[in-house]
Design a protein around this ligand. Structure first.
Ligand code: CP
Ligand code: NVA
Length: 348
């Protein structure tokens, strides 16, 4: 394996003034970051990905310790933080909702003070955005949001890295989000697209659009970056000329099982099928943060599909498995982008 000297990586970061501003910062939501900072993190991820494939070592944070708190389950985010942490030379401690005192016997504020004394960085996945914000407020080390009900910012960096790899640009593209646009993925994509100048469309029933204050904030950001936000119930008009068709599950972690019935009734017309992909731009790709209910090969997917007489939910297996689907590149990119976030915020 070729070893990259620590000095070289630090020099790469020093070449860009933006990286100075990222040191020691929390990564809680994209609204806290400028367009330049977001694009810098995507560019850094691209560099780290290229170097990893060349066998170049990134152990520049050797000896540091990070804590990963997961109050909800995860495959990609946990693995991405762990592998990126190990690649950077760090030691990683995983805390789940059952095995720690967090929230049950110890407040978020006290947990933050305890972890700050032992760790150099803390990842948090859980429920309300206010919890991760509180954790950050009481921590003296960077806190990274690994998903809350409102936002999933590290996912968006991976999505942008993937889109940039496919189209060679972000600005000026059209991304259409199909389905429940008012939860973490719809919100975060709207913010991210506004920040980097992607034209964003939420294609869903009216009651599924993001919060009105968040829309107003994002309208202003989008205007500054020369892009638009659109909200439509009309699938054909919404997906016309789209470069990216994006969807997510209709019922998110933490929501009651009972809401499936209403979601299926209201969101079935927004399922991503081959017909939807055919209405988009010829070069359109299909994206999904995953996990996805594209067939009956999961416990929940099978149960819901059989109950409602369906063979898949938010996306058909035909689209999911097609050559237009970039979902597994997107999943791999979680690791490279999370590595960039930890490197940029922890490097001295
Ligand atoms: N996309 C995503 O966050 O996946 P996990 O829930 O597996 O972490
Ligand atoms: N909206 C989904 C995203 C999973 C990565 C959820 O919160 O369950």
């Amino acid at each position: 394996m070729i070893k990259k000297d620590k000095f070289e990586i630090i020099k790469y970061l020093e070449k860009n003034k933006i990286s100075e501003n990222l040191k020691g910062r929390d990564f809680l939501k994209l609204l806290d970051f400028s367009t330049e900072e977001i694009l810098f993190l995507v560019e850094l991820s691209e560099q780290l990905k290229k170097e990893k494939k060349q066998g170049i070592s990134h152990r520049v944070l050797q000896g540091k310790n990070i804590a990963l708190i997961f109050e909800k389950t995860s495959t990609r985010t946990r693995c991405a933080f762990e592998v990126a942490g190990y690649d950077l030379g760090m030691n990683v401690t995983y805390l789940d909702s059952q095995g720690s005192q967090i929230g049950k016997k110890e407040s978020i504020a006290d947990t933050a003070s305890v972890l700050t004394g032992m760790f150099d960085g803390i990842e948090y996945r859980g429920y309300g955005q206010s919890i991760v914000e509180e954790l950050a407020e009481h921590s003296k080390v960077p806190v990274w949001n690994g998903l809350t009900d409102e936002f999933h910012p590290t996912q968006i960096l991976a999505d942008f890295l993937t889109i940039n790899e496919k189209f060679g640009t972000l600005k000026g593209l059209k991304l259409v989000y199909m389905g429940d646009s008012r939860f973490n993925m719809g919100n975060s994509l709207m913010v991210g697209c506004a920040k980097v100048g992607i034209n964003f469309v939420a294609c869903c029933p009216k009651q599924y659009v993001p919060d009105k204050n968040l829309i107003e904030t994002c309208q202003k950001i989008a205007e500054q970056n020369g892009s638009t936000l659109e909200f439509t119930e009309d699938v054909e008009a919404g997906v016309k000329d789209a470069n990216v068709i994006y969807t997510d599950v209709w019922v998110s972690m933490g929501e009651p099982f009972e809401v499936w019935q209403t979601r299926i009734n209201e969101l079935l017309p927004y399922k991503v099928t081959q017909q939807v992909m055919d209405m988009a731009n010829e070069n359109a790709v299909f994206m999904h943060c995953l996990p996805a209910y594209h067939d009956k090969n999961t416990k929940i997917g099978k149960e819901i599909c059989e109950k409602f007489g369906l063979d898949s939910l938010e996306v058909s297996d035909e689209v999911f498995s097609s050559s237009k689907s970039v979902v597994f590149e997107e999943a791999e990119n979680r690791m490279h982008t999370i590595k960039a976030v930890m490197l940029a915020t922890l490097i001295k």
